[in-house]
Write a protein that binds this ligand. Structure first.
Ligand code: ADP
Length: 425
C-alpha cells in the first residue's frame, strides 16, 4: 500500500486501481481516506517549534510553519504553503512553549475544514534502550517517557508537554513517537559502552546518538542517487545549531559523535561537545554549580556562544575579519569537525562518501572548505567552484572520497514513519 504514488491514484478509476495494485475493497477505502487526509509533523526545540503538514497518501508537503524565539519578546509565528506563499506572519511574544503550542493548535482549529489531520508524528529525542522504533503514543508511553526524563532532562519535559497538548487538541488523530535514536540502534557494544561502573550502565548510561531522523533521511536520498550505497563507508556531518556526525557502514550507523546527550562530540552553537570529565569536576567545584546550573551552562551557555558571544555561524563569518574571538570560535568549530572525520573514517577502516547537511553544512562553502582543508591524505579534495556554488557534488575528480551537500528534512521523515504506522496498524 505504501508504494502507491499519490499522483497515480488520482488518475485511475476504482476498477483500474483494484486491478493495477491488486487491492481489496477495504484497502481501496483506506487509500481514499488517506487521499483526503493529512499528517502533521512536530519538531520541538528548546526555543523553537517547527511543524509541517503533509498529504497522507503522497507525503507531499502542504504547509510548513514555525514559532521561533519562544520565551523572548521577538517571537515569530509563520506559515507558508508548498509554493512558499505566506499564510501567517505574526510577531508576538510567546512566553513559553505552552503558549506556542496553543497558538498552533488554534490555527489548525480555525482551518480544520481544510485539513483533516489523521496522524501527528512527534520527534522524541530519547526513549531509552527499549524505545527506538516509531511507536503509538499512549498514556503508558507518556508515563514511561516521564520516568526517563533523567536521560534527557533538557529536552524530554518540553516534548512530553507538547505531545500532551496535541493529544488533547486532536483527539481523533493517531499520535506517533519518532525517536531520534533509532538510526544508531545497531552501534556495536564497544562503540556505545562507557567505561564506567555497571550500576550506572544498568540504569541506561550509554551512548545513544541523535540526529537519527536527519541521518535516515539522508541515507534514503543517497540510496536513490548512488548504486550499492550499503557497501559504501559514509560519514554524514549534520552541522546546525546542534551538530553531530555519524559513521555509516553496511547501511548502518556504527559510531557517532554524540553520546547519552546531544551535548557531546563536535563544538556546537551553545553546547561544548566532548570534554575531559575533569572539566565537569572543575566546573562543579570552582563554579560551585548546582545540577541545574551545570546543565544550563553546558546546554545553553557553552560552545560558540561562550567563545564569541553568539551561536550564529553566519554572523561569526561576517564578523571574523574584525573580531578575533569570532575567528577563534570558527577555527575551533572546523578543527573539531576535521578531527572527528578522521576518527570516524578510522572507525570504519576508510571513507567513500562525506555528506554535509544541516543549516551550516548545507549553506556555508567557507566552513566546508575549512573542514576539508589538508584532508587529501584521506582522499578528501574539494572542487572549489562546485563548493562555492553549493552544488550537490563538491569533490574534485582527484579525490577518492565523494563529497556531497544534501538538504535534510527531519519533518518529512517523521511524516513517513507516521504514515507507515497508519498503514501497518
Ligand atoms: P537547528 O539545529 O536549530 O535546526 P539549523 O540547522 O537551522 O539549526 O542551523 C542553524 C545554523 O546555520 C546557524 O548557526 C546559522 O548561522 C547557520 N547558517 C544558516 N545559513 C548559513 C549560511 N549561509 N552560512 C553560514 N551559516 C549559515
Amino acid at each position: 500500500m505504501s508504494l502507491i504514488n499519490g499522483y497515480g491514484y488520482h488518475f485511475l478509476t476504482e476498477p483500474q486501481l483494484i486491478a493495477s495494485y491488486k487491492l481489496t475493497r477495504n484497502e481501496l477505502r483506506h487509500m481514499k481516506q488517506l487521499s483526503e487526509s493529512f499528517i502533521l509533523s512536530i519538531n520541538c526545540g528548546s526555543s523553537s517549534l517547527k511543524f509541517s503538514l503533509y498529504r497522507a497518501l503522497s507525503l507531499k508537503m502542504e504547509l510548513q510553519g514555525s514559532i521561533k524565539n519562544i520565551g523572548s519578546e521577538n517571537g515569530i509565528f509563520s506559515i507558508c504553503d508548498s509554493k512558499q506563499s505566506v499564510l501567517q506572519d505574526e510577531r508576538a511574544c510567546f512566553p513559553n512553549l505552552g503558549a506556542a503550542v496553543a497558538e498552533i493548535v488554534t490555527w489548525f482549529k480555525n482551518n480544520h475544514h481544510k485539513y483533516r489531520v489523521v496522524a501527528i508524528g512527534h520527534r522524541v529525542i530519547q526513549g531509552g534502550a527499549e524505545h527506538r522504533a516509531p511507536e503509538l503514543i499512549t498514556s503508558d508511553l507518556l508515563e514511561i517517557l516521564s520516568q526517563q526524563i533523567y536521560l534527557a532532562p533538557n529536552h524530554l519535559p518540553a516534548e512530553i508537554n507538547t505531545i500532551a497538548a496535541f493529544k488533547a487538541a486532536f483527539k481523533d488523530a493517531v499520535q506517533v513517537a519518532c525517536f531520534d535514536t533509532l538510526f544508531h540502534r545497531n552501534m556495536p557494544v564497544y562503540a556505545k559502552r562507557y567505561p564506567l561502573p555497571a550500576e550506572f550502565i544498568n540504569k541506561g548510561l550509554a551512548k545513544y546518538g541523535f540526529h537519527g531522523l536527519s541521518y535516515e533521511y539522508i541515507m534514503k536520498k543517497l540510496t536513490v542517487k548512488i548504486p550499492a550505497t550499503k557497501r559504501r563507508k559514509i560519514i554524514i556531518a549534520h552541522l546546525g545549531n546542534g551538530a553531530s556526525m555519524v559513521a555509516v557502514k553496511n547501511g548502518m550507523g556504527v559510531d557517532t559523535t554524540m553520546g547519552i546527550s546531544p551535548m557531546g562530540g563536535l563544538v556546537m552553537g551553545t553546547r561544548p561537545g566532548d570534554l575531559d570529565p575533569g572539566a565537569i569536576l572543575f566546573l562543579l567545584k570552582e563554579g560551585n554549580l548546582s545540577y541545574g546550573e551545570l546543565d544550563q551552562l553546558l546546554s545553553e551557555q557553552s560552545g560558540l556562544k561562550a567563545l564569541a558571544g553568539t551561536n550564529d555561524v553566519q554572523r561569526l563569518l561576517t564578523d571574523e575579519a574584525k573580531d578575533s574571538k569570532a575567528k577563534e570560535a570558527l577555527t575551533l568549530f572546523c578543527y573539531t569537525a576535521k578531527k572527528f572525520i578522521g576518527a570516524l573514517a578510522s572507525a570504519m577502516g576508510g571513507l567513500d562518501i562525506l555528506v554535509f547537511t544541516g543549516g551550516i553544512g548545507e549553506n556555508s562553502p567557507v566552513i566546508r572548505e575549512r573542514i576539508c582543508e589538508d584532508m587529501e591524505f584521506l582522499g578528501i579534495e574539494l572542487h572549489q567552484p562546485s563548493n562555492h556554488h553549493n552544488n550537490e557534488i563538491i569533490s574534485s575528480a582527484q579525490g577518492t572520497v565523494q563529497v556531497r551537500v544534501l538538504a535534510t528534512d527531519e519533518e518529512w521523515m517523521i511524516a513517513h514513519h507516521s504514515r507507515n504506522f497508519i498503514d501497518n496498524n
